[in-house]
Write a protein of this length. Structure first.
Lengths: 208, 226
């Protein structure tokens, strides 16, 4: 499948962040969105997910599910983790697996794999409110494995992750890419993704 | 249909579990209801006839205020921790997300308040014949309060002190529910035969808001997520 953006333009608070932004990415490719603070990295991801209507231009997915919107084919992991402090790590995971239409009903295998991948087995029955920021981030990232989505939109995915956590994330993303998935990640640092291209925002603004 | 209902019930179950575990919202609503209904007789004096006459109205208005108090947090925590974003691009339309959360709110606030109402009726000398009708009208009317209130909760999502703002915005929309609820109780007490029409209109208001309010709430949520 392909994710194509044509002549995208985004405006926040009356200011044009980027204009005439075009890219096309195919299966198994990662796009690293870089640029200084305020360059529009988050805005680009939120536009791709469909939260923000683009000011101009269009976004298409070719070769994906016919009827699904782009958002329904995406995982969006933003600055917040979407983890409820009142629920345990496992309860959070079961909810997202069930809600997003994962196959948790088929057995606990998927949940156990996700917990093991992010080294959270020992914490599965601990309320998420007691976790550290990095552990909570891992619990949030588990969503990526609990339901299958071809496109992953990751906003600063390594925020508050330790070295080991960053390597785990890189492994998960590379496995997703190898299986033909697409990843768009906004970042300030090297993430260790295979087949990653860089899209630098901030320099293109002058063209507007 | 199955793929559609599954996420819906997952969300309802999660909200019920959160309400049970965190408990704060229900506790505050019940406490507020108790305090308001206890204070009013104290300020009105020990005139039992007067109290009996105004008891149904008093219980209804206090119930509305107590429900409004708890509506402010309906979407707020999900918005703050990013859950709402993840739900918005999930398989469930945002309209159904709003409906699921309104339903969970009714189950965790509307029902407990309705159950508490007859107990508080003792404090305000509610006539004995009125207990059954009071329960019936509250059961029929509280869904409208939760579902219409969700519109206000969605509109005021990013505002500070949204609870008060919701009250200002939404109270006019609760007037029909209140009027027909009181009307039905009054008719049943005087035996005028107008109970059934008023009660059926109350049910109709609830059913209409269960269907229509989530659409409006989802529209407001989409703007808030931009």
């Amino acid at each position: 499948m392909q994710l194509i953006a044509e002549k995208l333009c985004a405006r926040r608070g009356g200011r044009i962040l980027f204009a005439g932004l075009s890219f096309a990415m195919g299966a198994g490719e990662a796009l690293l969105v870089t640029g200084p603070n305020g360059a529009g990295k988050t805005t680009l991801l939120r536009t791709l997910a469909g939260f923000l209507p683009p000011e101009a231009g269009q976004i298409r997915v070719e070769g994906g599910a016919e009827e699904a919107s782009i958002g329904e084919q995406c995982h969006y992991v933003g600055h917040a983790n979407a983890v409820k402090p009142g629920l345990t790590v496992a309860e959070n995971a079961v909810f997202w697996g069930g809600f997003l239409g994962g196959e948790l009903g088929g057995g606990p295998g998927r949940l156990d794999t996700a917990l093991a991948t992010f080294s959270l087995e020992a914490l599965r029955d601990i309320p998420a409110g007691y976790l550290s920021a990095g552990q909570r981030r891992r619990a949030g990232l588990m969503r990526l494995l609990l339901a299958r989505r071809p496109i992953w939109l990751l906003d600063e995915p390594t925020a508050s992750l330790d070295q080991a956590g960053q390597e785990v994330l890189a492994g998960v993303v590379n496995a997703h890419l190898a299986a033909g998935g697409l990843v768009v990640a906004a970042t300030h640092m090297a993430l260790g993704f295979d087949r990653a291209r860089e899209l630098r925002l901030g320099s293109a603004v002058a063209a507007a | 249909m199955k793929t559609f209902m599954n996420p819906f019930w997952h969300l309802v179950r999660r909200d019920l579990r959160l309400a049970w575990k965190e408990g704060g919202t229900i506790g505050i609503a019940l406490g507020f209801y108790l305090v308001v209904v206890t204070m009013l007789p104290l300020s009105l004096g020990p005139d039992l006839n007067l109290l009996s006459r105004i008891a149904p109205g008093l219980l209804w208005v206090a119930l509305l205020l107590a429900t409004l108090l708890s509506l402010g947090r309906l979407f707020e925590t999900d918005f703050e921790d990013g859950s709402l974003e993840a739900m918005a691009i999930g398989p469930l339309p945002l309209e159904a997300v709003a409906a699921a959360k309104s339903l969970a709110h009714w189950l965790t606030t509307g029902i407990p308040l309705t159950i508490l109402a007859p107990v508080l009726g003792l404090l305000v000398n509610l006539p004995l014949e009125a207990y059954g009708v009071l329960l019936a009208t509250m059961l029929a009317g509280t869904p409208a309060v939760s579902f219409i209130g969700a519109i206000g909760a969605a509109l005021t999502l990013r505002a500070r002190r949204s609870g008060v703002l919701i009250a200002l915005l939404m109270l006019p929309l609760f007037v029909p529910t209140l009027l027909f609820g009181i009307e039905a109780i009054g008719a049943a007490l005087t035996g005028s035969g107008a109970f059934l029409p008023a009660f059926l209109i109350l049910v109709a208001i609830s059913l209409a808001s269960v269907v229509l309010a989530p659409v409006a709430a989802a529209l407001a949520l989409r703007f808030q997520l931009q």
